[in-house]
Ligand binder design. Structure first.
Ligand code: FAD
Length: 309
């Protein structure tokens, strides 16, 4: 069985940043990247608000830079996915599809997955018009009409990306105003290719083998409508990837991991970083900061056994 000083579960910006800081501290560090090396950012065409990139930066450019930087100071990577966690004497043992891995300390940085709506047609038409990835699918939808569901940052940001490629974007939002940051709201308002339908829920994705449209319902008058669409992009919230932890750690009501200001969980040697932790503000820069803080807490713990103030 492989044995490390520090194991990091998650290869998003939080995990990559933790790997960089941990390896720089001289700790033998391994990253289980799971299904998506680079995490959510890898499929985002333009990451806004990340320090050092005033004009934004594509996620598929940024993540490999951080990975190379971490590998350059000794971090190791495997594409394995963590499926279970248990204490093993003074160490932590993580089960993966490629065998068990042990480490003196663990950073949990498994992030989040985009929630689904659970409406009829959604699963059957996934990859056939229903998608979570605007930058992947937008070039295939040139000059077509597409829908976006949601009213937060992700929904508006991806609607703006889609508007660059498609003929028209219709945003369906159950609320009566957006919760996204003001800059995105203004850009959406100013974009003549984007229409917004507030107070509207999508009840069914339509199509036989490929998406042809959606059935919607207006929440104020109950009227239903059918809208022809070639693509449907769903951004209705994020679910933390913590099911694999079993009952080892107590989670908050949303399924996220409570930590202190130094990213330490209630269990010695176990930190959480990025959007999987309770209280994350959900931005790439804060996830990177969390990763660095977690790695430094663990370095201190491995040096003098200190856990907590
Ligand atoms: C559409 C969209 C647009 C966004 N735009 C911006 C933006 O412009 N600016 C910004 O600052 N932020 C943006 N964000 C938020 C940003 O993506 C997140 O803050 C950031 O990705 C969080 O990083 P993370 O490492 O915590 O988690 P994630 O990016 O979710 O990475 C999680 C990692 O864990 C791995 N993993 C999952 N389960 C397991 C497992 N069981 N075992 C091992 N590994 C596992 C995954 O493979 C992945 O590598 C956007 C998000 C979305 C959805």
């Amino acid at each position: 069985m492989s044995d490390y000083d520090v194991l990091i579960a998650g290869g998003g910006v939080a995990g990559l940043s933790a790997a960089l800081t941990s390896s720089r501290a001289g700790r033998r560090t391994h990253v289980l990247t799971g299904p998506a090396l680079g995490g959510q950012l890898i499929s985002i065409e333009r990451i806004d608000g990340y320090p050092g990139f005033p004009d934004g930066v594509p996620g598929y450019d940024l993540c490999p830079i951080i990975q190379d930087q971490a590998a350059g100071v000794g971090a190791e990577f495997s594409a394995a996915e963590a499926t279970a966690l248990q204490a093993d004497g003074e160490r932590w043992r993580v089960t993966t599809g490629q065998g068990d891995v042990r480490a003196r300390a663990l950073v949990i940085a498994t992030g989040t997955t985009l929630k689904t709506l659970g409406i009829p047609g959604e699963e059957q038409l996934r990859g056939k018009g229903v998608s979570h990835c605007a930058s992947c699918d937008a070039p295939l939808l040139r000059n077509r009409i597409v829908g976006v569901i949601g009213g937060g940052d992700s929904a508006l940001q991806e609607a703006l990306t889609l508007a660059q490629h498609t003929a028209r974007v219709i945003i369906f939002h159950r609320g009566t105003s957006f919760s996204a940051q003001a800059a995105y709201v203004q850009q959406v308002r100013d974009n003549p290719k984007i229409d917004v339908r507030f107070g509207t829920v999508v009840e069914e994705a339509l199509g036989n083998g490929a998406l042809t449209g959606v059935r919607t319902r207006n929440l104020s008058d109950g009227r239903t409508d059918q809208v022809e669409l070639a693509g449907l992009f769903v951004y209705v919230g994020l679910a933390p990837a913590t099911a694999w932890l079993g009952g080892v750690l107590a989670l908050d009501a949303s399924g996220r991991i409570p930590v202190d200001g130094a990213m330490r969980s209630s269990l010695p040697g176990l930190c959480a970083a990025g959007t999987v932790r309770a209280g994350s503000v959900g931005r790439a820069a804060s996830a990177a900061g969390d990763g660095a803080a977690a790695a430094l807490s663990i370095d201190r713990y491995l040096r003098d056994g200190t856990w907590g103030d």
